[in-house]
Design a protein around this ligand. Structure first.
Ligand code: NI
Ligand code: MN
Length: 229
């Protein structure tokens, strides 16, 4: 049994077998965040890319808890340079084990950089994440546009696909509904919307699109809500 809690924006908490994983923990400075960074005690932190609205509180949480952080090579290396000792470098196509599960990094079409105070640094390329944990397979698309190789990711056999729908920086609802068709996940959960004005969207309209056009069920979670797989 896997419990997926939406923390707002692209942040999700995964809990199974008394183990906790957090994905893209942008909580401080996120007006929609359902939890404070200080309340999160993960064993594992998974990151899709280096943008501040995804790395978020990673350095603070990792230093406080000693959680293993898994990310693409350049981002994990940059986190090590920030004092995160337990950061694992990986890359597209690779599967990495963590406490209780595995993550396979897959491509995402986006950019990846970090605004570090005055300095604009650019750690690597973005990724999507195929997470096997708690008996379920969950795909986090990260920030991406629609791309045809989502069909290959769908061949992983997805229980859940977590897709950005905000438009402007990522695919919007129409393309995300097409993505849901390519991925053939049993359940689709939208994210990366209604955090900032340019990404305002109606998740119920997205739900109607997905359920009209695909076999998937769409579950739009409000920040703090939980989906059980
Ligand atoms: Ni981004
Ligand atoms: Mn983003």
């Amino acid at each position: 049994m896997l419990a997926i809690t939406y923390l707002g924006h692209s942040a999700f908490l995964l809990e199974a077998d008394a183990k906790t994983v957090v994905v893209d923990p942008f909580l401080t400075g996120n007006a929609t965040a359902a939890r404070a960074a200080s309340d999160i005690n993960p064993g594992t932190i998974l990151l899709t890319h280096a943008h501040n609205d995804h790395v978020g509180d990673t350095v603070d949480i990792a230093k406080r808890t000693g959680a293993q952080v898994i990310a693409t090579y350049e981002l994990a290396s940059w986190l090590q340079s920030q004092g995160v000792d337990n950061a694992t470098t990986a890359n597209h196509g690779g599967t990495v084990a963590f406490d209780g599960g595995t993550v396979k990094l897959v491509p995402a079409w986006h950019t990846s950089s970090y605004f570090d105070g005055e300095a604009f640094v650019a750690p690597g390329v973005p990724a999507g994440l195929v997470v096997r944990f708690g008996g379920a397979t969950v795909y986090f698309a990260g920030d991406t546009c629609l791309f045809g190789d989502m069909r290959l990711i769908g061949e992983e056999g997805l229980d859940v696909a977590v897709l950005p729908i905000g438009d402007h920086f990522t695919m919007g609802p129409a393309d995300a509904a097409r993505a849901a068709g390519f991925l053939a996940a049993k359940t689709v959960i939208p994210c990366h919307y209604n955090t900032f004005p340019p990404i305002r969207q109606d998740p119920q309209q997205f739900k109607r699109l997905v359920e009209e056009q695909t076999e998937a069920r769409c579950v739009a979670l409000a920040p703090g809500e939980v989906h059980q797989v």
